[in-house]
Design a binder for this molecule. Structure first.
Ligand SMILES: [Zn+2]
Ligand SMILES: [Zn+2]
Length: 574
């Protein structure tokens, strides 16, 4: 076999065996449990009373390199259940695993050098195929993820075909850490999560809220151009609504529990659709009224386990740029096309350039002839814009198939954001109708669409995509005016008024700090512009412009010239 025959997951899982071998040599009291490959690496869980220290990881890594260099062959052997249990008599975890392998399935032991593991396979042929390996961290993990079970120590590592790939990956991790939206969100004063209020609930601070207002305005403009009508619906509604919609039956695990008032049960809304449906249903509709397009920055609440919450990207309360379209079947294609066009306008405005499209079908047992119509509309729209797509066989909503849009950020990570869904189910469940030109009643089709997805998640992605260096059009503060001394403070205030009157977001640093300190501080805040005003600028009616990312000194320019420069940047969304 050639050295390149193993896939990365095989290579990484083999590295997990190598780690367990190293642990057996250096910490013979530690009991190995399981060691799968994961995205970008692998882990192995061990039961050991003393914690693994960073120095321990270094020793283990050294030993792993020896095991890799020895180029041990990975040899497999099928055994009986009794043999397997006998072989691991001091390790209750392996015994538990061996007992649970279903009757009739092979039970296999795999050996490298002096280390044998119970494993179902999927390896490189030899340890030498691992080109580069690194241990990353240790974390606690319950046996089988169950908090009633013993706490184990999970050692994470990464493995690659070559050292160059490992180096590139480590560099990527460094870059990602710099862009971490949780750190930048705090450093730049954008948002916080307050433990007193509970996890996964976002507090938008003034700067974050200012940015969100700009983004919402941009989205509203696109909606208005396409004939959407804004609506606002309650956050808490009777549980009956979710019985009708099917959410209680299909989505209860994602909902907060009931609230009881006057013996009626209410729920925090997990989705905005039923509210929009009630508005549609509140009066008789004619074919002349259609399509009806309702939009709402609708805040919804969904249950997520506390362990899975993460900054802005995994939360319990979030606001969708949500909209629902009600149309006649013959209008479906046009509406869907227009929605995909809007999605592209939105994403390109934020500088995203690479996308992936998925046609997500409903589970097979749910599919009806309407799914074929809906899927055709999705395919036609994608083909119309020449967008390549993949099929996700069971990724659809319970009420219909959907188009999911993933985007690549500045460092190549993919994020799932927008979704457009075709729905024949909810109109049926809520008995929606319109009077047709034939004077008979017909059922409309619905499109659900959220293009940014959730504002929280979208902001998490924006922060990481830009690394906090927001383009001027969304930056919460576009320019900070720094007077060199108190003698220019009044002049700085005048400039601020002039610029604010033109709609720019400008502030003055009124502190008594030295200029060098002020500039360094505002650079860490990643503002697009810092404007310095000293004696000369005051005398000439100018500002000295420090532009983010530009090192060369620029001659001072008039306030009007600066305003024009900033206006152009904002209009071009650069
Ligand atoms: Zn294995
Ligand atoms: Zn919806």
């Amino acid at each position: 076999m050639t050295k390149s025959s193993a896939t990365l997951p095989e290579l990484r899982h083999t590295a997990a065996h190598v780690l367990a071998y190293a642990v057996q040599d250096i910490f013979p009291d530690a009991k190995p449990t399981i060691g799968p490959s994961i995205d970008n690496g692998f882990y192995y869980d061990f039961d050991r009373s003393d914690p693994f220290t960073p120095e321990d990881l270094e020793r283990l890594e050294m030993r792993m390199l020896e095991i890799i260099k020895a180029d041990y062959e990975m040899t497999g052997q099928a055994v009986t259940r009794e043999t397997a249990i006998e072989r691991f008599q001091n390790n209750q975890y392996k015994i538990e695993l061996a007992r649970e392998i279903p009757e009739g399935q092979p039970i296999t032991l795999y050996t490298i050098g002096e280390f044998t593991d119970l494993c179902r396979g999927g390896h490189a042929h030899t340890t030498g195929e691992i080109g580069a390996v690194k241990l990353m961290s240790v974390a606690g993990a319950y046996w089988r993820g169950d908090e009633h079970n013993p706490m184990l120590q999970r050692i994470y590592g990464t493995a690659w075909t070559t050292q160059a790939e490992l180096d590139a990956y480590l560099l990527f991790l460094e870059e990602a850490a710099k862009r971490d939206h949780r750190k930048l969100g705090a450093d730049l004063g954008l948002y916080s999560v307050e433990e007193e209020a509970g996890g996964g609930l976002i507090f938008w601070h003034p700067k974050g809220a200012a940015m969100r207002a700009v983004v919402e305005q941009f989205i509203r403009e696109g909606l208005a151009e396409r004939g959407y009508l804004p609506v606002i619906t309650p956050h808490v509604v009777s549980e009956k609504l979710y019985e009708i919609s099917g959410h209680l039956e299909n989505f209860a695990h994602g909902m907060f529990g009931p609230l009881e008032v006057e013996e009626q049960r209410f729920r925090l809304k997990p989705m905005n659709c039923p509210g929009h449906i009630l508005i549609y249903k509140s009066q008789a509709r004619s074919y002349r009224d259609l399509p009806i397009r309702y939009s709402e920055f609708g805040t919804v609440y969904r249950f997520e386990r506390s362990g899975t919450l993460h900054g802005l990207t995994r939360v319990r309360g979030f606001t969708q740029d949500d909209a629902h379209l009600f149309c006649m079947p013959e209008q479906l294609q046009g509406e869907f096309d227009s929605t995909v066009g809007e999605a592209m306008r939105l994403m390109s405005a934020f500088g995203f350039q690479k996308f992936e499209y998925f046609l997500s079908r409903r589970e097979e047992k749910l599919r009806t002839e309407n799914d074929a119509i809906a899927e055709a509309a999705i395919k036609n729209a994608l083909e119309k814009y020449g967008l390549p797509y993949e099929i996700d066989e069971e990724g659809g909503a319970f009420y219909g198939p959907k188009l999911d849009i993933n985007l690549h950020d500045a460092i190549g990570r993919t994020w799932q954001l927008g979704t457009v869904q075709v729905d024949f189910t909810l109109p049926e469940r809520f008995k929606l109708e319109y009077r047709g030109s034939d004077s008979a009643d017909h059922r409309p089709v619905m499109i659900h669409r959220a293009l940014a997805g959730s504002m929280e998640r979208f902001f998490g992605v924006l922060i990481e995509h830009f690394g906090g260096n927001f383009p001027a059009w969304i930056a919460p503060v576009q320019a900070m005016i720094c007077p060199i001394s108190e003698h220019q403070l009044e002049y700085a205030m005048q400039i601020r008024k002039t610029l604010r009157d033109q709609g720019f977001r400008v502030e003055v640093d009124e502190s008594n700090e030295k200029l060098g300190y002020k500039i360094r501080h505002w650079k860490t805040q990643k503002l697009p512009y810092i404007l310095v005003v000293g004696k000369t600028e005051l005398a000439d009616g100018t500002v000295n412009v420090n532009e983010r990312g530009v090192e060369e000194k620029r001659p001072s320019i008039s306030v009007a010239e600066f305003a024009q420069e900033l206006r152009t940047k904002i209009e071009e969304k650069k």
